[in-house]
Design a protein around this ligand. Sequence first.
Ligand SMILES: [Zn+2]
Length: 326
Amino acid sequence: MPKRIRKITIIIRLCFLLGVLFLPPFFNYLFFPLTDTAFSRTDAPPVLKLLGEESINLRVGDEFVDPGALATDDYDRVLVSVEGAVDTSTADTYILDYSTFDSAGHTASVSRTVTVLPAPRGTIYLTFDDGPGDYTNQLLDILKQYDVKVTFFVTGAGSDDVLRREYTEGHSIGLHTLSHNYSYVYASTANFFSDLYAVQDRVKNVTGYTSTLMRFPGGSSNTVSARYDGGSHIMTRLTREVEEKGFTYFDWNISSGDAGGATTADQVYENTVSRLGDGDYVVLQHDIKPFSVDAVERIIQYGLENGYEFKPLDASSFSAHHGVNN
Ligand SMILES: [Zn+2]
C-alpha cells in the first residue's frame, strides 16, 4: 500500500476513534442542551428510588396503580423500565422489577412486592368488656404489633390513661354502663340511662369522644334483669329506648366463654376459632381476664392465616343482636 494512502487510512481511523469518544456527549448536548452538569460525568451509576412502599398488600378486586420509581443520573437523562405485572383478579405474590441504565453502561435496579390477598372469608370484630383492667395494656401491645383494631365496651373501672390509650391507638370505645351493677341498672330505665350517660361522660372527659356505641351488661338477651325490674320486661323497653336516644347496641355471635366455662387461654382460643365459618363475627371477651388476653395473639394469627379481616365496630357494623327474653 502506498505510504500516502496508509497515512490517510490512519487519519480516518483516528477521526473515527475521536468521533466515538466525543460524539455521544455532543449528541447529548444537541438534544439536551443542559446546564454545565451535563458534561461533568463522575462515572456514578444512576440512582433509582421506589416511589411508594416496597411491599404493598391488596385484596382481590382492589385497584392497583403502580406508584413507579424515580431515576436520576449525574450525566444522562435516564428512563425507568418495569418488568412484571400485577393481576388483581388473582390472589398471588407479584414482583415488579424496575431498572435503568446510563450511557456509560452503569445500571441500577429496584423491586417491589405486591401481594394480592384472597377476598376475606369474613370480618372478625373482637370486643372486650368490663375494662379497662390490669391486662389491657398487655392486650393493646399485642393489637399494636398486629395492627388490629378492636372494640372496648368500658365501664367506670380501670385507669383513665389506659382508656385514653385505647382511644388514641384507634380502637372503638363503646359504653357498658358505669357501675355494671345489675341490681341497679336493671331496676328502672331511669337508673339504666343515668348509668349509661355517666360512662359516656367518663369517656368524653378522658378522650374528648362522645360514644353512642353500647352493650348491655349481660347482653340484650339477659334474663338476670328480670330479678330486679319488678316484672316490667325492662329489656324489651331498653332495647327500643336506647335506639330512640341515638345509641347503637351490640351483642355477639361468638362467646369466648371467658365469663363462665372457659378458664384457660386454650379454652378461650378453641371456643372462638371453632365457631368461625364464612361470615361476620362479633366475639365476646373480657380484658379483665388474664387468660382471655393471653388467647388473643393466637386468635389473631388464626384469623389472618385463614383469610379474615379484623375491624373495630362502628354504628353501621353487624350488630349480632340476640333475641330479647325479658
Ligand atoms: Zn359485662
